[in-house]
Design a protein around this ligand. Structure first.
Ligand code: PMP
Ligand code: GLN
Length: 378
């Protein structure tokens, strides 16, 4: 038949946000804030438009923005990426992920992914003829069994995709996890794609374990990131990708024919905004308050949870309430109770259902209070 992705349906984010709109439900499903980006940033983008940043940016991105990103890596991780040759601005992390996979994965290559997995990894592997090899992380801890991963590595393993802080579970990798990954992949040609879009949202004083902190791991890693998640403007679809020069050269071969370059005034506005590091520091505290508010509201409900360690998602176990399939329950909760969430089974192999729903708490306190009231009454 004609389809290259016969088993792929409309993403759960489109389905649940659509259902939330239709039933005028509170939408804690798709991950985006319902509050505005900093006015200062909006003004800087507008200024960039008014001062002529309206034609193509350089193919790898606006140089000032690449320099600001390099400065950030130095400041936060003491790690250096050269703005000229090792950083590329992309149309969101999604495009960066697609291009990393497309640049390296050939027919029959294997790519190891951890389930539940963010939904764009698997189709991007398959469209390139690759084979996703999955490792199921088990609720409620979602810990990686590194021995299991070691056993899944074969002569065909081309890439491993990790994601910390992890969407959808809200767990983070520890330093020990990263060291294990570094050790297992040492002296191999395996490329690591480290999806770090929630790098600035880590709670309870924990530290984000970026792949760039581990020199041997860094030498074979791509890091993908998203300004939408950091500066509350997911609709701008701007992100970036970093990797050592030789890897980045391959990435850019794809990038230049996929989009060539991305939205220039947004890049210039972001570059000016990021001159002040306080714009991205302090995000963990901001979202930790939201997590804590949300959890304080449902502490006496029948939902069970472990507090999210990072991202702006909280997973809730509803097994004390009903044994319904999570997709059905998420839909019923939207239609009957007016609260939309994301069922986790869609990110698992064989729709494995652990009776868990994901709620996005990147919302105003007022919205979180309304959602809390609904969950308490169930
Ligand atoms: N990876 C993960 C884990 C995500 O949650 C998202 C959604 N923000 C993306 C990648 C894609 O990011 P973007 O919206 O910048 O394309
Ligand atoms: N990353 C967002 C989430 O996990 C949604 C992105 C999308 O709609 N594709 O909810």
């Amino acid at each position: 038949h004609l389809s290259k992705l016969p088993n792929i349906e409309t993403t759960i984010f489109t389905v649940m946000s659509g259902l939330a709109n239709k039933h005028e439900a509170i939408n804690l499903s798709q991950g985006f804030p319902n509050f505005k980006s900093d006015q200062k940033l909006i003004d800087l983008v507008s200024k960039a438009m008014n001062s002529g940043y309206n034609q193509y940016a350089l193919m790898p991105g606006n140089m000032e923005l690449r320099e600001a990103i390099a400065k950030k890596f130095d400041l936060l991780y003491g790690s250096s990426y050269h703005p000229e040759s090792e950083i590329t601005i992309t149309a969101g992390a999604t495009q960066a992920i697609y291009d990393v996979i497309t640049a390296f994965v050939r027919a029959d290559d294997e790519v190891i992914i951890f389930k539940p997995a963010y939904d764009c990894y698997e189709p991007s592997i398959q469209i390139n003829g690759g084979k996703p090899v999955s490792i199921q992380l088990k609720a409620p801890n979602y810990q990686v069994d590194w021995e299991e991963m070691k056993q899944k590595i074969s002569s065909k393993t081309k890439m491993i995709i990790i994601n910390t802080p992890h969407n959808p579970s809200g767990t983070i990798f520890s330093e020990a996890d990263m060291l294990k990954l570094q050790e297992i992949t040492k002296n191999t040609n395996i490329i690591v794609l480290s999806d770090e879009v929630y790098e600035h949202i880590v709670f309870d004083g924990e530290k984000h374990q970026s792949a760039c902190l581990f020199p041997d791991l860094k030498s074979r890693s791509f890091i993908t990131a998203s300004f939408g998640k950091t500066f509350h403007n997911t609709g701008w679809k701007t992100g970036y990708c970093c990797a050592p020069k030789e890897l980045m050269e391959e990435f850019r071969k794809i990038h230049q024919f996929n989009v060539f370059s991305v939205n220039h005034p947004v890049q210039k506005g972001l570059a000016d905004y990021m001159q002040d590091p306080n714009t991205y520091l302090g995000l963990s505290e901001f979202f930790q308050e939201k997590r804590d508010l949300f959890l304080s509201l449902i502490i006496d409900s029948r939902f069970k949870f472990k507090p999210s360690q990072g991202t702006y998602f909280q997973v809730l176990d509803y097994s004390k309430i009903t044994q319904e399939y999570d997709v059905d329950y998420a839909k019923r909760l939207t239609i009957e109770n007016g609260l939309a969430s994301i069922p986790l089974s869609v990110f698992n192999d064989n729709q494995l259902d652990n009776k868990v729903l994901r709620f996005c708490f990147a919302k105003t306190d007022d919205t979180l209070k309304k959602a809390g009231d609904i969950l308490n009454e169930i």
